[in-house]
Design a protein around this ligand. Structure first.
Ligand SMILES: [Zn+2]
Ligand SMILES: [Zn+2]
Length: 282
């Protein structure tokens, strides 16, 4: 089964400016009826007010958000290798007729009005899905939807290495807007180092997943701060978005693109599920 989503133009643009997120939050539980490997299609109105297709997320994970999360309880994550953002410029083909021809009800005069509130995400049939696959076939990709290497960005930010962050943004022209880029290499390093210090104190330097205690064993704080919602994908540097983990767990989380599920505080690594055993701050 597949879903079709109307992405409000402001939110769509914000997503690209912050670092393409490749995920979607909703308050509608229908979002979690997607199975892994299913598609979530998104359309929006571009600058010339035309409805255009902007993304196909191929679902890799479904998680629940923290309690009272402002964008809803349900989240799905796109597989970074299989998901695509399409270019939404003036030349992008209009999809209004195509969407109105699908089996879902879209009688509002302005198409977007048929996708308000809970109806922002709609279940579509397999035949509808195939229509969208065909419509998307020749669409050029959005060059801004590129992800900075999270390990390097996070390490540079946490080490307070402004030059390394600057270098990364030059070497890897990702889509992040200038304001976000400027923030990442000016305020973020100081702020993040402070937050990780707080975590080190809260957990006596232990890994929140396995309890490894480098201070006891080696006399040094060797665990890392990890951004649960990656910085490169628009994540905040807020204490509730950080976790203290050992270097092994940190490497595994990035390599497996494992996401924290706030429902039971577990990480799904694909091959195994592990719980955040020590949790005093989330
Ligand atoms: Zn660990
Ligand atoms: Zn990390």
């Amino acid at each position: 089964m597949a879903l079709l989503y109307y992405w409000h133009p402001d939110n769509y643009r914000r997503d690209l400016d912050m670092g393409a997120g490749f995920h979607l939050n909703q308050s509608n539980p229908l979002l979690h009826s997607l199975e892994l490997g299913d598609s979530l299609w998104a359309f929006t109105r571009n600058k010339s007010k035309r409805y255009v297709l902007v993304a196909e997320l191929v679902i890799k994970a479904k998680t629940q958000n923290p309690h009272n999360f402002r964008y809803g309880s349900y989240r799905v994550w796109g597989d970074l290798k299989k998901s695509r953002y399409f270019l939404a410029d003036d030349d992008a083909p209009r999809v209004e007729q195509i969407i109105r021809s699908l089996s879902i009800r879209t009688e509002a005069k302005k198409l977007g009005q048929s996708f308000q509130g809970h109806a922002a995400v709609r279940a579509i049939s397999e035949a509808d899905h195939q229509v969208l696959v065909a419509a998307a076939q020749a669409l050029p990709l959005e060059p801004r939807a590129r992800i900075l290497p999270e390990e390097r960005l996070e390490a540079a930010v946490l080490l307070g290495d402004e030059e390394a962050v600057r270098q990364l943004l030059v070497e890897e022209p990702s889509g992040v807007a200038e304001a976000r880029a400027a923030y990442l290499f000016s305020q973020a390093p100081t702020r993040n180092r402070q937050l990780v210090k707080e975590l080190q104190k809260t957990y006596d330097g232990k890994c929140q997943l396995c309890g490894w205690n480098p201070m006891d064993e080696y006399g040094h704080w060797l665990c890392h701060g990890h951004h649960i919602h990656w910085l490169s994908r628009g994540g905040d540097d807020d204490l509730r978005n950080l976790l203290l983990v050992c270097p092994n767990h940190h490497g595994a989380i990035h390599a497996c693109d494992a996401h924290l599920d706030y429902k039971d505080f577990t990480f799904n690594f694909g091959t195994r599920v592990e719980k955040v055993e020590l949790n005093l701050h989330l």
